[in-house]
Design a binder for this molecule. Sequence first.
Ligand code: 3EB
Length: 327
Amino acid sequence: MTVDSAVPVRGIGSAFEPVGTDVGDRNVLGRVVFSDLGVQPAIADGVPTVIVPMGGGFQEVFTSERPVRTGVDGRLVYAEDGERLFCAARIDRRGVYRDTVRIAYDSAFELITRLGYPQVLRMWNLVGGIIDDNADGLEIYRDFCIGRAEAFDTWAGRVGRIPAATGIGTRGQDVYLYFLAGTPDAEPVHLENPHQTPAYEYPDEYGPKSPSFARATYVDGTLYVSGTASIIGDETVRHGDVLGQTEVTLANIADLIGAENLDRHGVSGGFTLADLDQVKVYVRDAADIPLVKARCEEAFSPDADVVYLNVDVCRPDLLVEIEGIVR
Ligand code: 3EB
């Protein structure tokens, strides 16, 4: 695990580092601490800080080359550098999430448009009890997706298009949301995977409203790879086979970030799994982690930051999900 963040010439740097690593003289836009208990996002040591109940024992920091200004707006905490912004919120545990999720997303979109960062670049949605039922007997992930989709519908044309995201379980309750945004000139390119149905077009057998995310977003010379799972078309494949699911997931990412797919989206270059960094591997069953880890270590660079988190994935039949960043 490295403590020096890779900061691109423009855009947002990010790194995994030990919990409590000093901010030092870095310009930190945000800090996400992967811990045992979650805490309402707040400004701590001058930095928007979210503590999420996912285990892990590391922190993810987002940095800028420019001075940052932090703020609190209602339940949102944020920091901005004039070009890019980090924002976080928590939605407390409740019987039904849709209205509160919509309101949280509405508040976030209102904030970023008011501050001049309407381009949404990368979002993380950490959903406690993700595959449990809500008070109405609807799966909490599906409940969550309704509110999120309603907010994106409301703001269509005023905020940028739906970006890369992660939707994943936690070890707690509550929903944590954090995201990166940019000024109008950011020009993100949102990518799809030809082997996977776009999530926003999933049929309603997976829920009343389709999930709102792209498979990856390319911006500032950085490729943000969404949480990726063992899904071909819209169907989970390799049921009950964690190694098989890991294989399909890695193949999905390889196809997504390879030259052929980037070219299809007008992005030059092409990457392999060995180029992936700041990788999070989410594994449903703790006992599967050694097996998944052994396969991932073959695929990823020995220099990559890779963490393994034991949490539920957004479909009961998904055993593993993987995200990362390529610079
Ligand atoms: C999938 O491909 C797996 O709802 O934000 C991956 C990434 C998944 C993001 C989200 C869900 C989300 O459908 C699940």
